[in-house]
Design a protein around this ligand. Structure first.
Ligand code: FEO
Ligand code: CA
Ligand code: CA
Length: 652
């Protein structure tokens, strides 16, 4: 078992802080002016939509049970929602229990290398390469022999808090600290088993693995070997050390894990003056204090400009083969990549839906040339290397188009700065600019309704929307100073490889009780903002995870929303209920259920994060002591394993 204590927090353990008050009066959403017209137009085209414009909608700002939500004859949601709270723990509905497991620093179970986590953060870099990384994010459960109680978990570790990672934080710096930081990101693969209702990591396990920022990987697809990918250390442009900034994820039909590189650009030191390509990808001086470049010169873009092009990819890992070299799939395009949701067409091709979480960036789809074949990775080794990448255009009339990023077509020519398909993929943002894709409000996770085939994407927020010198609102991104975010959905014209679709919003996130009209949203049920993780379970319940920044929580538009949370939605009625609230200053990230829906794994990322994202090593528990609860303890990202006391289906 992990060293972190089991720490169930059923609903009865909610302890609202003094001064924590929430209005109980239900409020009607008032959608003013043009916005309501936009929403009305959007919901008209698609049949079976759950919400319509101008309806009286009841909501709650503090978890008061909604009463005006349409009842369903076939209820999807059977739990009593929890209140918003700033309690520093896990809050769940009555009848549910949480087990806390797999925290940062515990050994993943590599034979002969299982060092215990040291509370003073004195574990070495070498030890960290065998321990869970920090800041758990996207995650998937791979059953062994179809078991609901025995399988592998692949867990992304998105970034680090250097103030917690090292005993004295960033007061000094060294090559050892760089090595430890690079070892604390990437991916963990562990073997897990449930015994008597409790899950544990199998240790040692032949599957246990850490992939870090120094693990050898290979490039595949049209950009592999490209001139823009060649470096002094890799003159053939096909081998890269490591993956990092691993945010959300995907799973292939042949059973491999896809991990996505999101905020990798922050790790590179910019030259004194960035060129236009570097500037378009956010390489500029004055970013966060990440010091890898001091000890690993490939992160100094002035010295090694092409290393910057070798990140931002979807990376394929076979969780069942710890010796497999991870593969960066360049045909899927380069991005601040958030997720890679796969689905198969009727003909057996794979479509991959991908978000790019950055303000005013794009939403993508890749469709493979070839069909999926039985036989795992060996039979599909090149499947993600051949196909067509598209960027989405959301038209104001509720229609949408997939615009191909194919060299030689339209503006993607040598004259316009694209020498070949490899350059189109490396410069996917510039290609999408040229094609006229829709600049979105931070597309995060994408998931597919198993009953209807409708595709849902969370758009986290975009406070610069409509600001001076920035793109204005549009139909798909309808709110200026969008603090709350939205969930957009679409139905392909025919199959997942269609070139057009119809779209609308499932919900504009918000707090109906908010004074600011643009922050009220269209939520039917429990208020929330900043949707990030999005996951349909096999029963068709939509699970929504939130990521309001630590600097926003408890203030402004978020004054009454408490800590970040996990909600469940019945997309047929539009009802949304708050299911889980996380500890202070965390973000709720990965979520996945076993196929029997009796176990849900939920990742808690960066409990206690400071506004600067770097904790004070002399006061590491300023905002949270989760999960230990001990004064002065370092907070630790971890996995929460949710079960029903009666062993029933989660959410029902
Ligand atoms: Fe890593 Fe966009 O969340
Ligand atoms: Ca995310
Ligand atoms: Ca996030």
């Amino acid at each position: 078992m992990p060293s972190a204590p089991t720490d169930p927090h059923p609903a009865g353990s909610i302890r609202p802080e003094s001064g924590w008050t929430g209005p109980s009066a239900q409020r009607r959403i008032v959608l003013r002016g043009g916005l309501s017209g936009v929403i009305a137009a959007l919901f008209a085209p698609m049949s079976g939509c759950a919400v319509s414009a101008g309806e009286a909608v009841s909501g709650t700002a503090s978890g008061v049970r909604p009463s005006a939500v349409a009842a369903s004859a076939d209820p999807q949601l059977g739990f009593r929602p929890v209140a918003a709270t700033d309690f520093d723990g896990i809050t769940l509905p009555e009848g549910y229990v949480a087990q806390i497991a797999f925290p940062w620093g515990d050994p993943v179970g590599i034979a002969g290398a299982m060092p215990a986590w040291k509370e003073d953060a004195s574990n070495t870099a070498a030890e960290q390469t065998t321990q869970f990384g920090m800041h758990h994010d996207g995650m998937h459960y791979f059953p062994i022999d179809s078991s609901n109680t025995h399988g592998l978990l692949a867990i992304n570790h998105e970034y680090t808090d250097e103030g917690l990672l090292h005993a004295d934080g960033m007061k000094t710096w060294s090559a050892e600290k760089t090595a430890k930081s690079m070892a604390a990101v990437g991916v963990s693969v562990i073997e897990v088993v449930q015994r008597d209702g409790q899950w544990e990591a199998v240790r040692p396990s032949r599957y246990a693995r850490r992939v870090t920022a120094r693990t050898p990987t290979v490039l595949a697809g049209p950009a592999a070997g490209h001139a823009l990918m060649r470096t002094a250390a890799d003159p053939i442009g096909q081998q890269v050390l490591g993956t990092f900034a691993n945010c959300a994820h995907g799973v292939t039909p042949w059973g491999t894990y896809l991990t996505c590189e999101e905020n990798w650009a922050l790790y590179f030191r910019a030259p004194a003056k960035s060129d236009p390509h570097q500037a378009r990808w956010g390489l500029r001086r004055g970013g966060p204090d990440i010091r890898w470049y001091l000890d690993d010169e490939r992160f100094d873009a002035a010295r090694h400009p092409n290393e910057f092009n070798r990140f931002g990819w979807v990376v394929e890992i076979d969780p069942f083969d710890p010796t497999m070299t991870p593969i960066k799939r360049t045909a899927l395009g380069r991005a601040a990549r958030e997720c890679a949701r796969t689905v198969q067409t009727r003909e057996g091709r794979v479509a991959v839906y991908m978000g790019e979480d950055a303000r005013f960036e794009y939403l993508y789809k890749f469709v493979s040339r070839d069909r999926v074949r039985p036989g795992g990775l060996a039979a599909n080794r090149d499947l993600l290397d051949h196909g067509t990448l598209y960027v989405a255009r959301f038209n104001d009339d509720g229609s949408g188009d997939w615009l191909p990023l194919v060299w030689g077509r339209g503006p993607l020519t040598t004259e316009r700065g694209f020498a070949d398909q490899g350059e189109v993929l490396i410069k996917a943002r510039q290609a999408s600019d040229a094609l006229g894709g829709t600049k979105m409000d931070r597309p995060e996770w994408i998931t597919v309704d198993p009953r209807t085939g409708e595709v849902y994407c969370s758009l986290s927020n975009n406070t610069r929307r409509g600001a001076k010198g920035q793109p204005a609102v549009d139909a798909a991104n309808p709110r200026a100073n969008n603090t709350m975010g939205q969930i957009i959905r679409w139905k392909e014209a025919d199959d997942f490889d269609s070139l057009s679709f119809r779209w609308n919003h499932f919900v504009l996130a918000g707090d109906p009780g908010n004074e600011r009209a643009e922050a009220k949203g269209s939520v039917r049920g429990d208020a929330f903002g900043s949707p990030d993780g999005l996951y349909f379970d096999s029963r068709g319940t939509l699970w929504i995870q939130t990521d309001a920044a630590a600097s926003s929580l408890g203030k402004g538009d978020y004054a009454r929303l408490g800590n970040n949370m996990l909600l469940a939605a019945d997309v047929r009625t539009g009802e949304i209920r708050r299911f889980l609230v996380g500890p202070r200053h965390c973000e709720i990230t990965g979520v996945v259920c076993t196929s029997d829906l009796r176990t849900m794994f939920v990742n808690i990322q960066h409990p206690g994060e400071t506004p600067s994202e770097i904790s004070d090593p002399d006061n590491p528990s300023r905002y949270s002591t989760w999960p230990s609860g001990r004064d002065g303890a370092r907070p630790r990202s971890a996995t929460v394993i949710v079960r029903r006391r009666d062993g029933g289906v989660i959410g029902l």
